[in-house]
Write a protein that binds this ligand. Structure first.
Ligand SMILES: Nc1ncnc2c1ncn2[C@@H]1O[C@H](COP(=O)(O)OP(=O)(O)OP(=O)(O)O)[C@@H](O)[C@H]1O
Ligand SMILES: [Mg+2]
Length: 418
């Protein structure tokens, strides 16, 4: 059997949690984990959460049939093995028709069971690899969108996260959000998603990435997007160089329509690779002196070094905002047009970040959400105007006053410093 480990869920009646076969399975070298669960609903939820390779269903045939049908329908990647008392053809047919890959007789013969687990996993991984290799040519490559900022704290993660969810809402296609802020990346926090499987698992298998591994590592989010989490250990960032990144980006782009990457504010090997490969680079800044100074330097650096091959779009976050610099002054200073703005909506955005629910889901009609949806429409190829200096839904119009006024003194300081 392959060295890759197998995750198992055992769905048995609660008084049978200590079955000998469960304890023995958990001790096998190629079995990574065995989780036990009793009821169907709890079982389906557990399978949805942990995405095991195999689910062993040891319940009466009526319950088993229902559970297997539900798991097969909702999480087809989880392979069901049924344990049945009766070996008559009618029972076997019911279980197989519901979606069981194999049926083992009761009382359980342990070696039959463990062979069955290995056989169904081997067959599935072989199928996935074949489909992956042979489907490559037919697969269309997705679009790579890098959200970058040369200054921390300007809202890169908030924008990347909401953009990915908004792209899913608008296009209903396969969207993955990858956290490339490799040390202390907080995409997972903003989406309330955690797993011990992260980008580190993909980097470790950069030479043999397959559907099964992507399925295990990419975490599903209730919005319908998938999430590639940053490593849980900050020191793991050093293990991910451009070779691993190239391989995993290719794998992601082959499998998704949009790959949205959140980044940190360093121009390291990872960010440079993303800039070079991205179809769309969204540069985020805010109307404040430190952010604008860094953004100017960044835009000059990437253009002098021809570091981007895709479209570079400047997004002004937290604009309009109280005491922010005026739009025309921002553009004059950066010598670059601002294509989109996201208003400063401290209360609602902070609330949504703290709750782990993106604002485009929590408050889709807010001004910030409407701006983020327009940004997603633009990324998806619509020609939309993305500058909105007042709330088109009539709320928060008072902020319009700030667009012309700005903080002139701050701007003059900025100009002097350059
Ligand atoms: N348009 C906005 N209006 C109000 N608050 C915002 C807005 N955008 C971001 N924020 C707030 O700013 C803070 C920083 O946001 P975020 O984490 O997205 O920034 P970042 O650039 O990714 O930071 P880091 O450099 O730490 O990765 C968050 O608390 C978020 O709630
Ligand atoms: Mg961030």
């Amino acid at each position: 059997m392959t060295t890759r480990s197998i995750r198992v869920v055992a769905l048995t009646s609660p008084d049978q949690f200590d079955q000998e076969w469960i304890n023995r399975l958990a001790r096998e070298a190629d079995i990574e984990s065995v989780e036990r669960v009793g009821g169907i609903a709890a079982g389906v939820t557990l399978v949805q959460q942990i995405r095991p390779d195999v689910v062993i269903v040891d319940r009466d045939v009526d319950v088993a049939e229902t559970a297997i049908r539900q798991i097969f329908t909702e999480i087809p990647s989880a392979l069901c093995i049924a344990i049945a008392s009766s070996s008559d053809v009618a029972t076997l047919r019911r279980l197989v028709t519901a979606g069981a890959r194999d049926v083992i007789g009761r009382p359980v013969n342990y070696s039959d069971l463990v062979s069955s687990v290995r056989a169904v996993v081997t067959a599935e991984r072989g199928r996935a690899t074949y489909a992956s290799v042979n489907g490559d040519a037919a697969r269309r490559r997705g679009r790579l969108v890098a959200v970058v900022a040369p200054k921390g704290g300007v809202g890169t993660t908030t924008i990347a996260t909401n953009l990915a969810v908004a792209l899913r809402q608008i296009t209903n296609t396969h969207v993955v959000l990858a956290d490339m802020g490799l040390q202390f990346g907080d995409v997972g926090v903003q989406l309330n998603v955690w797993s011990r499987h992260t980008i580190r698992d993909l980097a470790e298998h950069a030479d043999d990435l397959d559907d099964a591994l992507f399925e295990k590592v990419l975490q599903p989010h209730s919005s319908g997007i998938k999430v590639l989490l940053a490593p849980n250990e900050p020191e793991a960032a050093g293990e991910i160089g451009s070779r691993q990144l190239d391989a995993l980006l290719n794998g992601l782009l082959e499998r998704h329509t949009y790959v949205v990457c959140d980044t940190w504010s360093f121009l390291d090997e990872v960010t440079e690779t993303l800039l070079q490969q991205a179809d769309e680079v969204l540069v985020v800044t805010t109307p404040e002196v430190p952010a604008l100074r860094n953004t100017k330097g960044f835009l000059e650096y990437v253009s002098q070094n021809a570091m981007t091959s895709g479209r570079v779009t400047l997004v002004l976050n937290r604009f309009p905002s109280v005491n922010g610099i005026a739009l025309q002054d921002v553009q004059k200073h950066l010598r670059y047009p601002v294509s989109a703005n996201i208003p400063s909506e401290g209360q609602s955005i902070t609330h949504s970040v703290n709750r782990g629910v993106p604002i485009v889901m929590a408050q889709p009609h807010s001004w910030a959400s409407q701006s983020l949806l327009r940004l997603a429409a633009y990324v998806s190829g619509d020609s939309v105007s993305m500058i909105s200096l007042e709330n088109s839904r009539g709320k928060g119009d008072g902020k319009k006053a700030h667009q012309g006024g700005g903080e002139r003194r701050g701007f003059l300081k900025l100009m002097r410093g350059t």
